[in-house]
Design a binder for this molecule. Structure first.
Ligand SMILES: *[C@@H]1O[C@H](CO)[C@@H](O)[C@H](O)[C@H]1NC(C)=O
Ligand SMILES: *[C@@H]1O[C@H](CO)[C@@H](O)[C@H](O)[C@H]1NC(C)=O
Ligand SMILES: *[C@@H]1O[C@H](CO)[C@@H](O)[C@H](O)[C@H]1NC(C)=O
Ligand SMILES: *[C@@H]1O[C@H](CO)[C@@H](O)[C@H](O)[C@H]1NC(C)=O
Ligand SMILES: *[C@@H]1O[C@H](CO)[C@@H](O)[C@H](O)[C@H]1NC(C)=O
Ligand SMILES: *[C@@H]1O[C@H](CO)[C@@H](O)[C@H](O)[C@H]1NC(C)=O
Length: 424
């Protein structure tokens, strides 16, 4: 008697839980220079498509939100404010509420121009319970390190150190390489190293760190002059990470519009990485690169089989306006896809429309069948279908206008994209 009553209660609880999540909707977080982080809900619609709807928005990362770093397990989102109208930038943390809205927790002033951040130390400093966040500062010509507590999001964000860099003379593209311009922070697959592509200095900076999370600069990877390293991803063909596993790094140059692949070897005792170039092509593969093109984001598909890179400022395509009230055609830039070879080579798949202008950032969902694109000048997020088997980008399945210049779009899902040692 008592047993069956308990069973009924449990099954009712089960039904209730299933009901509250049976819409299959997913949350997307979108940052815009206009000042907001917007939480959008992507839901399948009755006609087989999808719809995007606004859940809420917060200006807790204002003035100029430039980047979002998700700590999925901790239900925390970190946002960088590039500080375009200020002397300084800022770093904010948020709790992700069950409905996808964000609750501001802490905010700290940073040196100027943070544009990317990566969580590190969670694997190596488990005993000390510390987690770090490494930031790349574009205008600030620096890397900064922050302590974020094991319990995320922390109520205080502690600056560990600021590492400023200088150039003795401008680089090969003087108007863009007037100074070091740190553009992204990523973590290697084993979690031991933080890498920072520097667009101004033609370097990918390499750091290790100790229990105190202080970053120690090691020998960097140098590119050819004028390459303009912007973003990078790691690739383990085996799907397993480790010092003895085959490991590759792909570096995308914004100024050269190239992708360069390197074999990565781990030096003994966490003392650094050595790189040897094994691959080079433009982001257009065999096709000519359009004048004015500026490559931006790069990510691996979550099945570890494809590399996708975004191309801005080429207006390769003219698309129907997704706004039914607007008949003006939309200029679209592009996304390029390559198949990853076990030997680290890339095979060109296609160039496809990005859904609008200036795809500064994009991210794939955890299945890899949808790509959300943040259109900086298109002032919108589009969601594109993606064929997981062929790697080809399909049609646009959802569109949502966002005020201002869109800078980053993240799925609230654990996703592996080649920039993080653990799914984030
Ligand atoms: C930010 O979001 C709030 C709340 O939705 C909205 O009222 C405001 O217009 C938004 N501001 C911008 C610049 O998007
Ligand atoms: C704010 O910017 C100024 C000028 O670059 C810098 O000296 C100062 O350290 C920054 N403040 C913080 C908290 O980073
Ligand atoms: C690595 O560190 C261990 C322990 O400190 C030491 O015994 C070993 O000689 C080091 N190996 C190298 C190649 O430096
Ligand atoms: C870019 O890649 C192409 C094709 O591999 C190569 O010819 C060119 O030298 C590269 N340019 C730079 C700046 O890396
Ligand atoms: C876009 O491309 C054109 C050439 O087609 C170039 O003149 C312009 O500077 C580029 N704009 C940006 C923002 O990169
Ligand atoms: C219509 O679309 C064009 C192209 O995207 C855009 O420039 C324009 O501002 C839009 N007009 C309105 C009223 O939304």
């Amino acid at each position: 008697m008592r047993f069956s009553l308990l069973t009924v209660v449990v099954s009712i609880a089960g039904i209730t839980m299933a009901d509250s999540s049976n819409t299959n909707s997913t949350t997307l977080f979108v940052s815009s220079y206009a000042g907001n982080i917007t939480s959008l809900s992507l839901s399948p619609s009755h006609n087989g498509g999808y719809s995007l709807n606004e859940i809420s928005a917060t200006n807790g990362c204002a003035e100029s939100p430039s980047w979002l770093t998700l700590d999925y397990k901790s239900k925390a989102l970190y946002c960088l404010d590039e500080g375009l109208t200020n002397l300084n930038g800022s770093l904010s943390s948020f709790t992700i509420n069950p409905d996808g809205s964000l609750r501001p927790v802490a905010k700290a002033t940073t040196i100027s121009g943070p544009v990317s951040g990566a969580i590190y130390g969670a694997m190596r400093s488990r005993e000390s319970g510390k987690k770090g966040l490494a930031l790349a500062h574009y205008t600030g010509s620096a890397v900064s390190a922050w302590e974020i507590a094991e319990k995320s999001p922390p109520s205080s964000l502690i600056n560990i150190e600021d590492l400023p860099y200088t150039l003795s003379k401008p680089g090969a593209v003087p108007d863009r390489q007037d100074a070091p311009h740190e553009h992204e922070a990523i973590v290697d697959p084993t979690g031991q190293y933080v890498l920072v592509p520097d667009l101004g200095a033609d370097l990918v900076r390499v750091f290790n760190y100790g229990d105190d999370l202080k970053l120690k600069a090691l020998d960097p990877l140098g590119t050819v002059p004028g390459y303009g390293p912007r973003h990078a991803v790691f690739y383990n063909p085996s799907g397993k990470c480790g010092e003895d596993e085959a490991t590759f790094l792909y570096v995308v140059g914004e100024l050269s519009n190239n992708i360069t692949g390197y074999t990565v070897k781990y030096l003994p005792n966490n003392s650094g990485l050595s790189f040897s170039q094994i691959y080079s092509s433009t982001t257009y593969g065999p096709k000519p690169v359009p004048a004015g093109n500026a490559a931006a984001e790069v990510a691996l598909s979550p099945d570890n089989r494809f590399l996708v890179v975004s191309n801005r400022n080429n207006s390769d395509y003219t698309l129907p306006n997704p706004d039914p009230k607007n008949s003006t055609k939309v200029m679209s830039d592009s996304l390029s896809s390559f198949a990853l070879g076990k030997d680290g080579s890339l095979t060109f798949v296609e160039v496809a429309p990005s859904g609008g202008s200036y795809p500064r950032h994009f991210s794939m969902n955890k299945v890899g069948n949808l790509v959300a694109v943040g259109l900086q000048y298109g002032s919108a997020v589009v969601v594109l279908a993606r064929d997981v088997l062929t790697g080809k980008i399909g049609c646009q399945v959802a569109w949502y206008p966002i005020e201002g210049q869109v800078t980053c779009v993240r799925w609230n899902e654990p996703v592996f994209d080649g920039t993080n040692s653990q799914p984030i």
